[in-house]
Design a protein around this ligand. Structure first.
Ligand code: TRP
Ligand code: SF4
Length: 399
């Protein structure tokens, strides 16, 4: 019953690389054309692991925003903002924390995983345990129904769904809910009323999920006020009124982007090319890439399947170039440096429009500040509306 909306966030890790571009950012750029989108810098989330040294978070955030803009995330289409500029996230986080079972947080798989992975840090903090809860607040405050995330973040979205359900269950029962449901039912014609009751029984007693969809369709058709429609939907599902929307996720395919050594491109492997890497540095890095070890001398034939450069050709080269590589490598007809040139050209070509956009923004820092200020304003408007409903559902709307 709420508008479709995409929301995603990224922790500010500093300058992004081409793996981020091919994985996440290209996807955002596509999504912004189809949906209202909100993209934000999760700077508070960075604090959960970096509380001891927060001073570079600001710069990392700004660098990351420039990379987003460079990649083509368009402030005219999407809302771009910084989490800490929308303090409503924090209020919702606090209110949700009151009803979040500790066990739910302790059971989120990333909790123990990350603690073990970052064993050198003391992560037995309140904030770190609450990481998924803060993420839930980020999502729920915009009533976002679509959250593009990588596979590792899916448990957090599942957690968010459960939390929304619990919230609606606890607070979605307005005073006089039963009477209001009766009054809403009385507005349905008798045929609809009968089917609605049947569908409700089928869902609540037999767990038939298709009954919910059918019920939704039925309610969408009936002439009811928005409020009554939501009440009846809540009554059907046994959740009370929908105050917080259960989000779904859009799985971002793991980046196919190989790094300089053939492993997945990742900062922790030190095999990256930055999104805005300087041209001479791109050339230098590609020229230094390892190739098929069988090609010791220029006239030793090789096998592209054993060479990380070939993986990059698969991303950056057209079919005639790829045929040339296959042929030339196996027959020792081409040298490795020769083979690498089209990859260098392909990367530089991909980066050219990004460098251009980045230059534009870097020459106008005021423009970036304006984009973020406008983004925060737009986000706050949505966030405040949800928070009003939340406060009121919890009886905290003092006047
Ligand atoms: N936890 C996410 C990550 O590490 C970042 C994030 C924070 C996020 N809040 C979010 C992603 C809300 C999607 C929606 O990638
Ligand atoms: Fe790799 Fe190309 Fe050299 Fe073959 S010719 S080993 S594919 S760089």
């Amino acid at each position: 019953m709420y508008a479709e909306r995409v929301l995603s966030g990224m922790r500010p890790t500093g300058a992004l690389h081409l793996g981020h571009y091919h994985g996440v950012l290209a996807n955002w750029v596509k999504l912004q054309q189809d949906y209202p989108c909100l993209f934000f810098v999760a700077d508070w989330h960075a604090l959960t692991t970096q509380y001891d040294d927060p001073r570079n978070i600001h710069q990392n955030s700004m660098d990351m925003v420039v990379d987003w803009l460079a990649a083509g995330v368009d402030p005219a289409q999407a809302t771009i903002f910084i989490q800490s500029q929308v303090p409503e996230h924090a209020e919702l986080h606090l209110l949700l924390s009151m009803m979040t079972p500790l066990g739910w947080l302790e059971r989120v798989p990333t909790y123990k995983d990350q603690q073990e992975k970052l064993a050198s840090k003391d992560l037995s903090t309140y904030g770190f345990l609450g990481y998924p809860l803060l993420m839930s607040a980020d999502i729920l405050i915009y009533r976002a129904d679509k959250v593009p995330v990588g596979e590792d973040q899916i448990p957090h979205v599942e957690f968010t769904r459960e939390l929304a359900r619990r919230f609606n269950y606890l607070y979605g029962r307005e005073p006089g809910f039963a009477d209001k449901v009766e009054a809403a039912l009385a507005q349905l014609n008798s045929k609809h009323r009968r089917s609605y009751k049947e569908l409700r029984t089928r869902f609540q007693q037999e767990g038939d999920k298709t009954a919910v969809d059918k019920g939704k369709a039925l309610l969408a058709e009936a002439s009811l006020s928005l409020e009554d429609r939501e009440r009846l939907l809540g009554y059907l599902e046994g959740t009370g009124k929908t105050i917080l929307v259960e989000p779904g996720y859009l799985l971002t395919q793991a980046a196919k982007m190989p790094g300089l050594d053939g492993q997945k491109m990742s900062k922790s492997y030190g095999n990256t090319i930055a999104l805005r890497e300087a041209a001479d540095s791109v050339a230098k890095k590609i020229k230094a890439m390892p190739t098929d070890p069988a090609r010791v001398r220029r006239n030793d034939p090789g096998d592209p399947e054993k060479c990380p450069v070939w993986q990059l050709h698969q991303i950056y080269s057209g079919s005639s170039c790829r045929d040339w590589v296959q042929q030339g490598c196996k027959s020792a007809g081409i040298g490795c440096l020769e083979c690498k040139q089209p990859v260098i050209d392909g990367i530089l070509e991909e980066q050219a429009p990004m460098q251009e956009r980045a230059r534009h923004y870097q020459e106008n820092p005021a423009l970036i500040r304006k984009i973020l200020a406008d983004g925060a304003d737009q986000a706050r408007e949505l966030a405040c509306a949800t928070l009003r409903d939340v406060r009121s559902a919890m009886g905290l709307d003092y006047r």
